[in-house]
Design a protein around this ligand. Structure first.
Ligand code: PGA
Length: 242
């Protein structure tokens, strides 16, 4: 079984959601894979109404349970809308909203407390890769994110090289193979059980390259941005097999 999660980001509008969610739900029903969607907060209500065969949730969460935190949304609120997953540490949040390793760690703790699966995103920038720092950056990001967490297997990991996101450029399958094995070895050293670890690749996955990427031994699926917005393209990705 593959894990295919769409990251809608800040896209689509109210009139688009009804047909879109209906389409994804239908495709997911016919697929043996785990299908997930990360939506903007206002549309979680629509997701709760229409998604019966799709895991869904938000793209961010706040670390407090309630109180005077204007503009924020708690994990408990996400559970009110049936969310069972939530993205954490996406590179766009790290870059535009200064999310730190500590923030990400606290969000993971809070999601696990509320039985929501954190989908932890991490990966190096082009500059870091060019300077030979890829493995170092990944290790640091994972160390900070997982500090003090002992149920690592409850997390879905998404390796997303920043330079591949939205660019149409992907690493070669050989490069993905090398880094994915490195990541799983690392997670095992950090206390995870290798069997059952879920590691997705994200960054310019589309209907043409998904199948080859998902065949990489240590890759268990994908986090899909742009290509998840079109149900026909997303369907081709959802129907990939290992
Ligand atoms: P992309 O985005 O598929 O559009 O590159 C992936 C992501 O940011 O999760």
């Amino acid at each position: 079984m593959l894990y295919i999660i769409g990251n809608i980001k800040m896209n689509l509008s109210l009139k688009d959601y009804k047909p879109y969610l209906k389409g994804v739900n239908k495709v997911a029903k016919a697929s043996p894979n785990y299908v997930g969607l990360a939506l903007p907060y206002p549309y979680l209500y629509c997701a709760q109404k229409s998604l019966k065969n799709v895991h869904y949730g938000a793209q961010n969460v706040y670390v407090k349970d309630k109180g005077a935190y204007t503009g924020e949304v708690s994990a408990k609120m996400l559970t009110d809308f049936g969310c069972d997953l939530c993205l954490v540490g996406h590179s766009e949040r790290r870059a535009y909203f200064n999310e730190s390793g500590e923030d990400i760690n606290s969000k993971i703790v809070k999601l696990l407390e509320n039985n929501i699966t954190p989908v932890l995103c991490f990966g190096e920038t082009k500059e870091q890769r060019d300077n030979g720092k890829t493995k170092y950056v990944i290790k640091e990001q994972l160390k900070k994110a997982l500090d003090g967490i002992n149920n690592i297997n409850k997390i879905i990991f998404a390796y997303e090289p920043v330079w591949a996101i939205g660019t149409g450029v992907t690493p070669t399958t050989m490069q993905i193979a090398q880094i994915s094995t490195y990541i799983k070895d690392l997670l095992e050293k950090m206390g995870a059980k290798r069997e059952g670890l879920k590691l997705l690749y994200g960054g310019s996955v589309n209907e043409n390259n998904a199948s080859d990427i998902f065949k990489v031994a240590d890759i268990d699926g994908g986090l899909i941005g742009g290509a998840c917005l079109d149900v026909t393209k997303f369907e081709k990705i959802i129907n990939c097999t290992k």
